[in-house]
Design a protein around this ligand. Sequence first.
Ligand code: FAD
Length: 412
Amino acid sequence: MISKKVLVVGAGAAGLIAAGTAAENGAGVTLLEKNQRVGRKIMITGKGRCNLTNNCDVQTFINNVPVNGRFLYSAINRFTPSDTMSFFEGLGLELKTERGNRVFPLSDRAVDVVDALRDYVSDSGVKIVNDAAQALILENGEVIGVKGESRSYYADSVIICCGGKSYPLTGSTGDGYILAKQAGHTVTELKPSLVPLESSDPECKSMQGLALKNVSLKIIDKNSNKELYSDFGEMLFTHFGISGPMVLSASSHIRDIPPDTYTAVIDLKPALDSEQLDRRLQNEFRANSNKDVSNSFSKLLPKKIIIPVLKRWGVPFDKKCNAVTREERHRLCDILKGYTIPISGFRPIEEAIVTSGGVKTGEINPKTMESKLVSGLYFAGEVIDCDAYTGGFNLQIAWSTGRLAGENAALS
Ligand SMILES: Cc1cc2nc3c(=O)[nH]c(=O)nc-3n(C[C@H](O)[C@H](O)[C@H](O)COP(=O)(O)OP(=O)(O)OC[C@H]3O[C@@H](n4cnc5c(N)ncnc54)[C@H](O)[C@@H]3O)c2cc1C
C-alpha cells in the first residue's frame, strides 16, 4: 500500500505529537518548523518545569476550558490526561503530580519533555525540515501542499499547528491564522488570556518587584458587586500593574475590561480575621508606643507596601503609635483586609500565556480536527479557538487535538 503523505506545520506541542502519531499510523510525515529547534515554547512552560497536563477526568477537564470546551469532548475522550501521562511514561519520562493535579516531569525540566518528543518523532520516522510555511497550496477545494520559504512541499494532508500569537520569540507569531484565512476559515477575535493586568494606580510602579505570598485575591465587578474570581496564593507588583500566578489565572475569568469596571481586592492578612488583626495591631502599636506609626510596620508588612498603605490610611506618618485611635485602627484593618487596585486593561497579547480566539470551532470537525471547508486540511493546538485555565489544560488541548489530527490525517 502506498502510504499517505502528511505535512505538519509547526513543531510545538501539537505539531510534535501530530507528526509522531501520523507516522505511527503509517504515513510518510514531514514536519516543518521555522525555528532551528523544535518545541521552543514547551521549554518555557511551567517556569521551565512544564506542567504538561492535569490529572483529572474528562468532565473536570472540560469545565476548565471556558472557551469552546464542548468542542473538545471527542479529542479529550480519545486522548485523555491519563493517556498523556501513559504516553510520556512510555517514552521513558518519569512524572509526578503536584497540588491541583498538575503533572510535571519528575526531573522538573521542561527540556526533558522536548527531548522525549523529539526522540519520539525521529524514532517514528518523521522528517523534520527547517523552513517557514508561507501559504497553502490549494486545488479544487483540497489542500495539496504548502509553499515554504525555500521550496514547496506536497502532501495528501496538511495539519496546521502554528500555535497562537503570544510569546512570539518562541515562533508563535500568528502564521496559522493567515494560513487558515487563506483556506476561507473564520478567525475569531484574538485576545490575550492568562495575562498580567494593568492598573492606573501609580503605587503599583512604586511597589514594582514586590512579590506577595500567601495573600488572597478577589476580582470584583464594581457595578454589580459580583465576584469574578477568588484565590489564595502568590502575586506580584510590576511597573504597569499586577502579575504573578493568581493574577494570570484571574485574567482568564475576565473577557473584556470596560473602563472603571474591575477592582482587584487583596487581603494582605488572610490568616487573621478582622478581630484577630485588630488585636495584632494593638500589640504592635503597644510595643512601639513612642515610635512614629510609619516605623511600626516592619513586622507586619513587606517594606515596599508600607508607604502605600500609610498613604491610604491617611494618618500623619509621624503620629505616635500610642495616639492611634480605635477608629483609625479599624480603618487600617479594612485597608489590610481589602487593599484595592483598579484594573484598567490586559497587557498585550505578546505577553499572554495563551491566545484566546483563533480558527472558528464550528468550521472544524470535532471528531477528526479536519476542516469542514477544505478537504485534507487539519488544525491542532492553540491555533484553534479554545483556551483553558492554568493547570496543564492548555498543553493537554495541544496533545489531544494533535493526536486526533495525526491519526485522521494518516488514515482518512
Ligand atoms: C510562558 C508560558 C508558560 C506556559 N506554561 C504552560 C504550562 O505549564 N502548562 C500548559 O498547559 N500550558 C502552558 N503554556 C501554554 C502552552 O505552552 C501552549 O498552549 C502550547 O504550547 C500550544 O501548543 P501549540 O503546539 O499549539 O503551539 P506552540 O507550542 O506555540 O508551537 C507552534 C510552533 O509552530 C511554529 N511555527 C509557527 N509558524 C510557523 C510557520 N509559518 N512555519 C513553520 N513553523 C511555524 C513555531 O515556531 C512553534 O514551534 C504556557 C505558555 C507560555 C507562553
